[in-house]
Design a protein around this ligand. Structure first.
Ligand SMILES: NS(=O)(=O)c1ccc(S(=O)(=O)NCc2cccs2)s1
Ligand SMILES: [Zn+2]
Length: 260
């Protein structure tokens, strides 16, 4: 008979898939133990150049809300950092908690932040489509930015003002101009490690670039995230909260830092 631990493999209600991927060796998110991260002097500064007019729409996909970009050309890209190629911005989204005590996917020294921003980019130099890049070890690069409770964030407010219009799953509104670099912290320092998507298909295709410095948002802005719904219009309402995946084992990985 299989060991007890396997018999009751937990299936998290949100993801309807096992919490761990059988055979997965580089799953995300992880806890970043600051003192175990290794400074790598070879790491370059990350260069971000986004064209605000590539912004297309904002929509509720039933996991999070995401802002999608026109990625048909190299107009919004990142390069440098741990990356060998330049990567094109596809979308950004957030993960958050029901209360301010938790909500981020990654933790730092086991500390949760109330929310985490993910800017998703794909390697259009090597792969012809995003869908193919999602299946390759060097296919994606995701910048993670922690959100902490503090001052009002002007740039985020533009997004917050659009949320009531996408309250329900599969609702979408046009979003003409938005420059996501206003959501990045001023400090260039980051950690980087080889990981995976944190929602299905959970593929091990992500070079994670986690910014050390959080951005500050205020309570009203976090509350606005929490009034979104997982459910479609007409269904019994389920508030969109706690849409973060549990921590995954580090296994044989080292987290590198761009700073000493
Ligand atoms: N939380 S996270 O940044 O690790 C992400 C999870 C899923 C992401 S995706 O935009 O790549 N969608 C996955 C796919 C769409 C179409 C084919 S696979 S990014
Ligand atoms: Zn994410």
């Amino acid at each position: 008979a299989e060991p007890n631990s396997l018999r009751c493999l937990p299936v998290h209600p949100l993801w309807q898939s096992p919490l761990t991927i059988p055979g997965g060796t580089r799953q995300s998110p992880i806890n970043i133990q600051w003192r175990d991260s290794v400074y790598d002097p070879v790491l370059k500064p990350l260069k971000v150049s986004y064209d605000p007019t590539t912004c297309l729409h904002i929509w509720n996909n039933g996991y999070s809300f995401l802002v999608e970009f026109d990625d048909s050309a190299d107009r919004s890209i990142i390069v440098g950092g741990p990356l060998e190629n330049q990567y094109r911005l596809k979308q950004f989204h957030f993960h958050w908690g029901a209360i301010n005590e938790w909500g981020s996917e990654h933790t730092v020294d086991s500390k949760f932040y109330p929310a985490e921003l993910h800017l998703v980019h794909w390697n259009a130099v090597v792969y012809p489509t995003f869908e193919e890049a999602v299946m390759e070890g060097d296919g994606l690069a995701v910048i993670g930015v922690f959100l902490k409770l503090g001052a009002h964030h002007e740039g985020l407010q533009t997004l917050v003002d659009a949320l009531p219009a996408i309250k329900h799953k599969d609702t979408i509104i046009e979003f003409d101009v938005f420059d996501p670099s206003c959501l990045l912290p001023s400090c260039p320092d980051y950690w980087t490690y080889a990981g995976s998507l944190t929602t299905p298909p959970l593929t091990e295709s992500v070079t994670w670039i986690i910014k050390k410095q959080p951005i500050e948002v205020d309570e009203n802005q976090l509350e606005a995230f929490r009034m979104l719904l997982f459910t479609s219009d007409g269904e019994e309402e389920k508030r969109m909260v706690d849409n973060f995946r549990p921590l995954q084992p580090l296994m044989d990985r080292t987290v590198r830092s761009s700073f000493q």
